[in-house]
Design a protein around this ligand. Sequence first.
Ligand code: FUB
Length: 453
Amino acid sequence: MKHLLLTALLSGMSGVSLWAQSINMPIIQTKYTADPAPYVHGDTVYLYTTHDEDYSEGFMMKDWLLYTSTDMVNWQDHGVVASLKDFPWYKGDNGAWAECVVERNGKWYMYCPIHGHGIGVLVSDSPYGPFKDPLGHPLVWRQEHWYDIDPSVYIDDDGQAYMYWGNPYTYCVKLKEDMISIDGDIMTMDRIDDYQEGPWFWARKNDKGEKWYYLAFASTCCPEGIGYAMSKSPTGPWKHMGHIMDHTPRTRGNHPGIIDYKGKSYCFGLTYDLFRLESSRHAERRSVSAAEMTYNADGTIKELPYFQDCKLKQIGTFNPYRRVEAETMAWGYGLKTTRENPSGPWNETLFVTDIDDGEYILVRGIDFGKKGALKFHASCSSQLYGGRMEIRLDAVDGSLAGAIDIPNTKFKYREFITDVTQCNGVRDVYFVFKSTSIQKKNLFNFDWWKFDK
Ligand code: FUB
């Protein structure tokens, strides 16, 4: 580790990110993200997050983002799927706090606290949006700054939906089948030991087939860990069961999101680990992290170490023989994603930008098959000198499988094609960006890629 750190310090930004990959770092690197709300539907994890602006000092949060994955390590960015502007009754430009999303009968419901203004709800026909406000007012709002934050919605086996939320008390209310109105009174739970905020509510059967309800939460601030409580009933009483992750000064805030996916269980949370690559001071520039989590036979949860020391292994492999959006990555520190060409036309889809000399995108576990790939296609645009994209295997300085040179395209996207060699079996692929001129920053933009057999 020390050797890697030294290499990192000696070789600048790409070295730092290379070192960071040797530990379990945040799963999203192109933006600061917080408050993970993962939701499994079909074979995909839909990961909704909040968004700390790059310049945030305190909380500066305007919109909600979506990332998807089918293997837990390569995440596709879908950009902003909802924002404060989707709530006509709210006129401010900050306060887009910890959301939660569930699907029911083909409709997707996003529960969004606007800090100090209650919890609103948005509805869409698609997980990707557009989301619309069906109510025109908050779903719950008790005129208090901290009470109505951090909703967690879960639909029980009998079809009854519950919403938990709150700081420093835990509230619960039943939702009607329409998912946009409450059914009965708001219940206040007895104070759960070590509870601070960020409840995450779900149910599961233990090895004996006994059903338990779970409430994970950000444990007392600060620093927050992730605690949990269990109950035999969806509305408590709750028994504090200890930590999923202990309090640690290595982070300050936390916020759990827990799922079962493809036979494993995962705990998402938040850290400041990406910001730590840049600064030791405090600012609310957080990043979503994830770890595999396991249950004991009786349904209690095995405590995890801090995210950096956890494991997150790829499930299955990645198919390269289709159009893949460039903003799909296991690691892309230093890069940005946007729809907006800074000096060119608005783009239909997201693309990767802010590409500087030496930076790279890592896509893990690409399965090229036995015979392998023969050609590589990439859609790129540039407005000045352009640059070079190298396709390297298994390491940022691994064997060179091919390269494309991207000239000035006058902002327009063009498809570049090159022959590739050695692309067979399952390989980690690094798209490494190189300067070919005096221009070292913002070399070009990258929209999508694919390999051909
Ligand atoms: O992200 C804003 C607030 O910080 C959330 O609502 C809390 O859970 C904490 O993560």
